[in-house]
Design a protein around this ligand. Structure first.
Ligand SMILES: Nc1ncnc2c1ncn2[C@@H]1O[C@H](COP(=O)(O)OP(=O)(O)OP(=O)(O)O)[C@@H](O)[C@H]1O
Ligand SMILES: [Mg+2]
Length: 264
């Protein structure tokens, strides 16, 4: 499926702008029913930056990521990865889904989950070789989960599962990492471990986009923010866009001042 649809107004976005961005979204509208979940959204995720996607529950954050991955089909809009249609760039994007969305009823070992990140190298019927196992184990080691390699994924805690998902994304060796609330429900040690891995990816020049709820850590963790509430509220560096005015606009005034912490 190709997602280079016409822009909302029918005009294609200028190609020279798009090639710069690991992920560029123009005029994106996604609807599951009558009311759009994401409406006419433009977003440019900058190379080598860590960007937080921020907005209240139901704001369309997960939908935006799913559209960027081709998991949901937009009504309209254009999505490009380094200026190219998504379909041909898909292997450059790694995704860690929101935890509640994953059903672990089927029996799968941790190491097999990480090996899924290598499926493009393996091919559909490819044999797992020692070097693939070595890569998968090294990725588990990076997230502190090496000792759980042969455990069933369903028998891990939520925070441990989250680390395994990150290991799978690392195994893929992508350029762009999309993570949907990786810190939700994890303890301080796991949060530290995950953020260290993400900062390491950034140091390697990778692009990291994270749906994030904890406003108190935004300044510490991120370079840029993208605020959404069905439509785009603001986008920019933390200094430019992570402002009280924009947060009030995104959360509709329901945001407690205390929740903003020292951030604004
Ligand atoms: N598969 C679906 N079918 C129908 N409606 C959906 C579906 N997925 C999401 N929605 C609706 O679309 C809107 C946006 O949902 P989305 O999951 O993108 O929000 P979100 O910003 O990620 O919220 P949260 O912070 O709770 O994860 C919500 O109103 C939600 O109820
Ligand atoms: Mg979500």
């Amino acid at each position: 499926m190709t997602l280079t649809l016409a822009a909302a107004d029918g005009r294609p976005a200028p190609a020279e702008d798009l090639a710069h961005f690991p992920l560029a979204i123009r005029g994106l509208t996604v609807s599951y029913g009558e009311k759009p979940a994401v409406f006419s959204v433009d977003a440019s995720f900058h190379p080598g930056a860590m960007t937080a996607i921020i907005g209240p529950n139901g704001a369309g954050k997960s939908t935006l990521l799913k559209a960027a991955l081709g998991i949901v089909t937009p009504l309209s809009g254009q999505i490009t990865c380094y200026g190219r249609p998504l379909a041909r760039q898909r292997e450059r994007i790694a995704y860690v889904p929101q935890r509640a969305s994953v059903d672990w009823d089927f029996p799968t070992r941790v190491i097999d989950v990480v090996l899924m990140g290598l499926y493009r190298q393996l091919g559909l019927l490819g044999r797992v070789r020692q070097r693939h196992l070595d890569t998968a184990r090294a990725c588990l080691d990076r997230v502190g989960m090496a000792e759980f390699a042969t455990r069933q994924i369903g028998q891990l805690s939520g925070g441990q599962q989250q680390r395994v998902f990150l290991a799978r994304a690392l195994a893929q060796g992508a350029d762009l990492y999309l993570l949907d609330e990786p810190f939700a429900g994890v303890d301080a040690a796991t949060e530290k471990a995950i953020i260290a891995v993400l900062k390491d990816l950034k140091a390697q020049g990778k692009t990291v986009v994270v749906v994030h709820h904890d406003l108190a850590t935004v300044r510490d963790y991120f370079d840029r923010v993208f605020l959404i509430n069905t439509t785009r509220i603001a986008e920019g560096t933390v200094a430019e866009a992570f402002t009280e005015t924009n947060l009030q606009a995104a959360y509709g005034g329901r945001l407690a001042t205390a929740q903003m912490g020292a951030a604004v």
